[in-house]
Design a protein around this ligand. Structure first.
Ligand SMILES: NC(=O)c1ccc[n+]([C@@H]2O[C@H](COP(=O)([O-])OP(=O)(O)OC[C@H]3O[C@@H](n4cnc5c(N)ncnc54)[C@H](O)[C@@H]3O)[C@@H](O)[C@H]2O)c1
Ligand SMILES: [Fe+2]
Length: 290
């Protein structure tokens, strides 16, 4: 099987390949969470055409359950493609908005992967490198600069190799539910949630926000912990604004909040978040988009 496209195409291929070789899971829903499959997927070559998800090398794929208005994550080492062809030329046709949103998805992977509960030294090295690459290259990639494109192709792949092993956090949990309910593009939803979740998590991240601020080129000499944490959040927010990501989600409706919060709390990425979030805290964070 050859899967060419963004995360949606590659994830569709991953699900198809798993079901071909594990037909007892044909209902798809029984694959949610840690999928108990026995057999590897069919031989797969994955070719990403967006600079974002890293689905060409990750352990998971995401499925939209249209009936239940939710997206669920399937985690399964049997789904990892055999070969990934990561070529920035395949991404050169992306318009600005798609480059920006998929790049911010990659940044969300790197920052959530760097601060998730299971983070450790080896994954940290990769995630931090990816943050630095994105800080340096996303604005250029949005202008279709070839070096920027190459930096982003690399960054999204480098963080995927790391976050796939350590997990993510609630920016993804909340992005998944926004994607399912409002069809908000995944990268846009991640980008909108990321600085809000960083603010919520900051007290639980030790000195990691110092390294994030530095990866964005901030000189943290003499800064207090509160100052470098704010500098990291400000740098992420600034990048998001510079590449044209909105900060408000007009579709978000008051009456949807209970469903959105329950759905985010039940998402497979939530347990990895460094700070546990209550339903009320999810609601507070969603409200910041209104
Ligand atoms: N498996 C994983 O590890 C993983 C990780 C993160 C996100 N995801 C999932 O991936 C999906 C999002 O994937 P995505 O952000 O790559 O977007 P996408 O695959 O949904 O593509 C978005 C749009 O861009 C178009 N497109 C793709 N490449 C293009 C190109 N080179 N030029 C012009 N148009 C192009 C597509 O046709 C589509 O209309 C979500 O469902 C998300 O939950 C999966
Ligand atoms: Fe993502």
């Amino acid at each position: 099987m050859i899967t060419i496209g963004g995360g949606s195409s590659m994830d569709t291929g991953k699900g198809i390949g798993i079901i071909i070789n594990n037909p007892e899971f044909y209902d798809v829903r029984s694959l949610e969470g840690l999928s108990p499959t026995k057999n590897r997927t069919v031989f797969t070559i994955a070719v990403p055409t967006t600079g974002g998800t890293g689905a060409e090398s990750t352990i998971n794929y995401v499925v939209t359950d249209v009936e239940k208005r939710r997206k669920f994550v399937c985690v399964d080492p049997n789904d990892i493609p055999d070969i990934a062809i990561v070529d920035p030329d395949m991404m050169a046709s992306m318009p600005k908005g798609l480059t920006a949103s998929t790049g911010m998805d990659a940044l969300t992977h790197a920052i959530e992967g760097y601060t998730t509960k299971a983070a450790w030294e080896l994954a940290d090295v990769l995630n931090l490198e990816a943050i630095q690459l994105i800080a340096k290259n996303l604005r250029k990639a949005v202008e279709n600069d070839p070096d920027g494109r190459e930096g982003m192709a690399l960054a999204q792949y480098v963080t995927a190799m790391a976050y796939s092993n350590v997990g993510l956090g609630i920016a993804h949990s909340m992005a998944h539910t926004l994607g399912a309910v409002y069809d908000t593009p995944h990268g846009v939803a991640c980008a909108m949630m990321l600085p809000i979740v960083m603010e919520f998590n900051q007290e639980y991240t030790g000195e990691k926000f110092k390294a994030i601020a530095e990866a964005f080129g901030v000189d943290t000499t003499g800064m207090s912990q509160a100052e470098y944490r704010k500098a990291a959040i400000d740098a992420v927010r600034q990048l998001s604004v510079d590449v044209g990501i909105p900060t408000k989600l007009e579709k978000l409706k008051e009456e949807d909040l209970p469903f959105l919060c329950e759905s985010a709390a039940a998402d497979a990425c939530a347990p990895g978040n460094p700070r546990p979030a209550t339903i009320e805290q999810f609601e507070e964070m969603f409200r910041k988009l209104m």
